[in-house]
Ligand binder design. Structure first.
Ligand SMILES: [Mn+2]
Length: 325
């Protein structure tokens, strides 16, 4: 589809517009909300009429990110001049109910950091080595010479913290810290963002973790850790499905563990998440054998047959992968 543009070209396009829709991907994470709300606030600071939308609307747990309280979950009526999509790795990420209107919009701008981005916009700025879309928006705001505020800085700092796993992933560079220094100078509070992102687990989720971890299995000489979360366990603790998700990283982070598995029971199927800590093990290949996919270090798939068969087949493939080490 489209080609890559420069940030200066995107900035000059936006400077010439008055009425702009900004959106981010469905099931938003801190980078999706942070980049889209940060850009929305900055464009408003330049006197523009801007509406921020997301197919999933407002997620209560991220309501502390400035501007999230005003995110709309429907495509607005009226004579808007452009749609700016933030953090959407491909056109489908805007969500099923928005897809037709967004992808058919006469002027679509795509700003993203996923290597898989398919340049679905008329204007595209895709920077795979950026740690987050929030990092790109930070550069864009400087290019636009839009006025900074503590709210804008908080949005972008939240996005960077979220997408770098709190500055732990390999995407964290000197530029990340340089940018965060400026965001803190503009009023972002590292302690407030960290508390909101990492220290607000529900009691139900902690109780679920306690039960799930007590049944964790270690196999292949303690190199494979697996955890199964059943529908009964969720019900027992009144926990949400997504409360189980961090368990796969807890298992991966055990010293000596190479592959971690999380089995989640969901109605009539199992959702499986895989994590690898050794660059020589590619879990996306293993997930691919079961009809799933993902990245080398993080992948997943779904399974509709018996748990015993799933466990046996999956362990067989993982031991093959470990055999090569
Ligand atoms: Mn992102």
């Amino acid at each position: 589809m489209g080609k890559q543009h420069s940030l200066a070209e995107i900035a000059s396009l936006l400077r010439g517009l008055k009425r702009i829709i900004v959106l981010s991907h469905y099931n938003p994470d801190p980078d999706a909300y942070g980049s889209s709300c940060g850009l929305t606030l900055a464009l408003r600071g330049l006197g523009k009429d801007v509406v921020c939308i997301n197919e999933s609307g407002i997620l209560d747990r991220l309501l502390w990110i400035p501007g999230v309280n005003a995110v709309q979950n429907s495509f607005p009526a009226g004579d808007w001049e452009a749609v700016v999509a933030c953090d959407c790795g491909d056109g489908a990420r805007v969500g099923d109910t928005f897809k037709e209107k967004v992808l058919g919009f006469p002027l679509l701008v795509n700003i993203d950091h996923h290597a898989s981005n398919d340049f679905f916009g008329h204007y595209n700025y895709v920077k795979p080595d950026a740690c987050s879309t929030s990092e790109i928006i930070c550069d864009l705001i400087e290019e636009l010479k839009a006025p900074w505020s503590a709210d804008i800085a908080t949005c972008l700092y939240a996005g960077i913290s979220g997408d770098t796993g709190s500055f732990k992933y390999s995407s964290t560079t000197a530029k990340t810290f340089d940018m965060c220094q400026r965001l803190v100078q503009h009023g972002a509070s590292p302690v407030a963002v960290a508390q909101n992102l990492y220290a607000r687990n529900s009691l139900a989720s902690v109780k679920l973790h306690a039960e799930a971890l007590s049944s964790m299995k270690l196999q292949e000489h303690n190199r494979v850790a697996s955890i199964a979360v059943t529908a009964d366990m969720l019900a027992r603790h009144a926990a949400q499905k997504e409360d189980a998700d961090p368990l796969v990283e807890i298992a991966r982070d055990i010293d000596g563990v190479v592959v971690a598995i999380l089995f989640k029971q969901d109605a009539d199927l199992w959702r499986i998440s895989l994590r690898a800590k050794d660059a020589r093990v590619d879990v996306s290949k293993i997930a691919g054998l079961f009809g799933g996919g993902g990245h080398k270090a993080a992948a997943g798939f779904r399974w509709k047959r018996s748990f015993a068969e799933l466990e046996q087949k999956l362990m067989g493939e993982i031991s093959k992968a470990l055999g090569a080490l």
